[in-house]
Design a protein around this ligand. Structure first.
Ligand SMILES: C[S@@+](CC[C@H](N)C(=O)[O-])C[C@H]1O[C@@H](n2cnc3c(N)ncnc32)[C@H](O)[C@@H]1O
Length: 266
């Protein structure tokens, strides 16, 4: 693949380090994340000749085997929460969370803003089941779930439709040969910009320093989004923020994540 659209590795400016970084622990943490990411059983679309946009950005689709109750949630509740882009329920705002993991962040923002409608994308089935369980226990009725690549869903959506896109702790794909799997590329930013309303927000967070630099450079230098903060300023957590599972894991290791909030200015 030609990498002129996917930027070369952007080295963090010298002196940029995670606060309280314990080198050994952090290296072990990212090694585990890298191993989990590459545990994919699917053949890479790129290897069978698909176009660049189809390059798989996620690793495992399943983890621990599911209990009968969890399987039941998948067969009974999930179909009723599927996304129908042509027939969305009436709502004040429509927001998308890409890669919701265990769904706690998504469930909490949905409960907090009952007038809005939330679409969550997550191909990791164990995460989907976790969210289904929360939806059932807390009787949440403003979430729809898509279990495939978020980019496929986005391309079927109306333009100028979304008020927020959350991309929280996306897989960092740390090895240079895997950078093409990163979700933040010129193409995905263009897609987000098209589907977001003017002045709507793209919210990206990461705990990975190299990916943080990569994201910052993309957001600072593109025609769609405006990011007003300096790289260092992006280390402060937004107000009323709900922490995700990966954020909590990183913070437990003393890693301070980055939060990029960019305005769509197309
Ligand atoms: C590192 S996890 C972070 C999960 C969660 N956001 C958190 O912070 O706890 C990244 C998640 O993104 C999902 N993912 C990766 N590529 C995706 C895509 N193209 N569409 C939707 N989800 C994706 C993965 O399956 C994985 O669960």
């Amino acid at each position: 693949m030609e990498d002129n659209k996917i930027r070369p590795l952007l080295k963090p400016a010298s002196g940029r380090e995670f606060e309280g970084d314990s080198e050994r622990k952090t290296a072990a943490y990212f090694k585990v994340r890298e191993d989990l990411s590459t545990e994919s059983t699917d053949k890479l679309p790129a290897e069978v000749g698909f176009e660049e946009r189809s390059i798989q950005s996620f690793g495992r689709r399943r983890g621990r085997s599911l209990t009968d109750t969890q399987e039941q949630l998948l067969t009974t509740l999930l179909p009723s929460l599927s996304v129908d882009v042509k027939n969305m329920p009436k709502a004040k705002e429509y927001c998308l969370e890409i890669g919701f993991g265990n769904g706690c962040h998504l469930a909490n923002i949905a409960k907090r803003s009952a007038d809005n409608f939330y679409i969550g994308c997550e191909p990791y089935i164990n995460g989907v089941v976790h969210l289904l369980n929360i939806i059932k226990c807390d009787s949440i009725n403003n979430i729809a779930i898509y279990t495939e690549d978020a980019r496929d869903l986005l391309s079927t959506m109306e333009d100028d439709f979304l008020s927020k896109v959350y991309l929280l702790f996306p897989d960092p794909w740390p090895k240079a040969k895997h950078h093409k799997r990163r979700l933040v590329t010129h193409e995905t930013l263009a897609l987000f910009a098209k589907k977001l309303k003017k002045n709507a927000e793209l919210i990206i967070a990461t705990d990975h320093l190299d990916y943080a630099s990569w994201i910052y450079e993309f957001l600072k230098d593109n025609e769609f989004f405006e990011l007003k903060k300096t790289f260092e300023e992006c280390q402060s957590e937004p107000d009323n923020w709900i922490k995700t599972k990966y954020q909590q894991k990183a913070e437990a290791l003393g890693i301070k994540p980055y939060f990029f909030i960019a305005k769509n200015q197309k």
